[in-house]
Design a protein around this ligand. Structure first.
Ligand SMILES: Cc1cc2nc3c(=O)[nH]c(=O)nc-3n(C[C@H](O)[C@H](O)[C@H](O)COP(=O)(O)O)c2cc1C
Length: 158
């Protein structure tokens, strides 16, 4: 089974998750929508992923999915998001991906998030700093990538 892991990552979290899936899934190909294109016809499994900003998946990923919706529907589908509001991961997926694709998906999951302000610029850095302050004040933990969840997800595409 051939798997395409198609992702867009603004600050690196979804890219890190995509690389981990690539490491765990045999015959996988990484497709970074910032630089690559992908001929879906060559693949049996299609994994789609990206980071959430203001409740939305990256526009490049959204456009890619709507342009290829019919072809994607014919495959085994997996969808992941990276977001700091971990309990709402599946809600974000349901709001951002076409219902028919979500319904057909073998697996939909949140893989957690990374919010390291020092690695960010501009508005992202500002939002990450504000979020970090709030979390610290509330005595919570900074979001992190959930590698166990990635392994569980990857097992469905082996
Ligand atoms: C400007 C900005 C807006 C964000 N908006 C949300 C949001 O609406 N919901 C959420 O759960 N996480 C939000 N996050 C957290 C990101 O989803 C998280 O940092 C994620 O790891 C980003 O993935 P990426 O690095 O692949 O872009 C936001 C982060 C930034 C910097």
């Amino acid at each position: 089974m051939k798997t395409a892991i198609i992702y867009f990552s603004k600050t690196g979290a979804a890219a890190e998750c995509a690389r981990e899936l690539y490491r765990l899934i045999p015959e996988a190909t990484l497709v970074n929508l910032a630089i690559d294109t992908c001929d879906i016809a060559k693949f049996d499994n299609i994994i789609l992923g990206g980071g959430i900003r203001a409740g939305m998946i990256p526009s490049k990923l959204k456009k890619y999915v709507s342009a290829n919706e019919l072809e994607i529907q014919k495959k085994n589908i997996g969808i992941f998001v990276c977001c700091s509001d971990y309990p709402h991961s599946v809600d974000y997926i349901e709001k951002n991906f076409p219902p028919v694709i979500v319904k057909k998906a073998v697996c939909c999951a949140g893989f957690g998030a990374k919010m390291n302000a020092d690695e960010m610029k501009g508005i992202d850095r500002f939002v990450a700093k504000v979020a970090a302050k709030k979390i610290k004040k509330a005595g919570g933990e900074m979001p992190s990538i959930n590698y166990a969840k990635i392994a569980e997800f990857a097992a469905k595409f082996k």
